[in-house]
Design a binder for this molecule. Structure first.
Ligand SMILES: CC(C)(COP(=O)(O)OP(=O)(O)OC[C@H]1O[C@@H](n2cnc3c(N)ncnc32)[C@H](O)[C@@H]1OP(=O)(O)O)[C@@H](O)C(=O)NCCC(=O)NCCS
Length: 151
């Protein structure tokens, strides 16, 4: 898990408002709604990295850490974990912003690792541009990816 608090150096890949129609039987936000937005957020970063079409091949290590409530502003931050030959794995961190008596709080609510495959027009895997020696993003001492590959 990379982020304890929302990163300050960028906007979220996706940001939206949790609505009553997206609740589960307990009245909290349905996990599938969170995953759907996480998939879209990661796909935006993967699409930019691949400079072309990508599809989701696997969703791994999903953790719902805290409930998301109706009215939360939900933000999805993404970091590229790994670039393979045709695949790109993105770590997604989800934060809920909620206002308690005039003070905004950010709560990390979920994380996931999502793998996308770069495909050609026939839907076949194709190499991600720039794979090879520069395939792995550099990491800072805390293991956080650095440089351009984030969103
Ligand atoms: C994604 C798809 C194109 C892959 O085709 P494929 O012939 O199985 O491709 P490969 O076996 O060569 O694997 C392609 C890459 O995906 C990776 N991959 C495959 N299955 C994986 C899994 N379960 N977890 C992580 N990575 C996986 C492979 O390691 C490979 O990565 P690399 O080239 O970086 O080493 C194909 O399975 C497909 O079209 N799936 C449907 C996608 C879809 O509809 N998604 C939902 C809507 S976006």
């Amino acid at each position: 898990m990379y982020w304890e608090d929302p990163p300050q150096d960028r906007e979220a890949a996706v940001r939206t408002l949790a609505m009553p129609k997206d609740t589960n039987g307990l009245g909290d936000i349905f996990g599938g709604w969170i995953m759907s937005h996480a998939d879209v957020a990661g796909a935006i970063l993967a699409y930019r990295r691949a400079a072309g079409r990508v599809v989701t091949v696997a969703v791994n290590d999903v953790k719902f850490l805290r409930p998301v409530f109706v009215g939360d502003v939900v933000s999805f931050y993404c970091d590229i974990d790994k670039v393979g030959n045709t695949s790109i794995t993105v770590h997604v961190t989800v934060f809920s912003e909620r206002n308690d008596g005039g003070v905004a709080r950010h709560v990390r609510t979920a994380t996931a690792s999502i793998t996308y495959v770069h495909i050609d027009l026939d839907g076949r895997p194709r190499p991600v541009p720039g794979t090879g020696k520069d395939a792995q993003p550099s990491k800072d001492p805390d293991g956080r990816p650095t440089g351009k590959q984030k969103g």
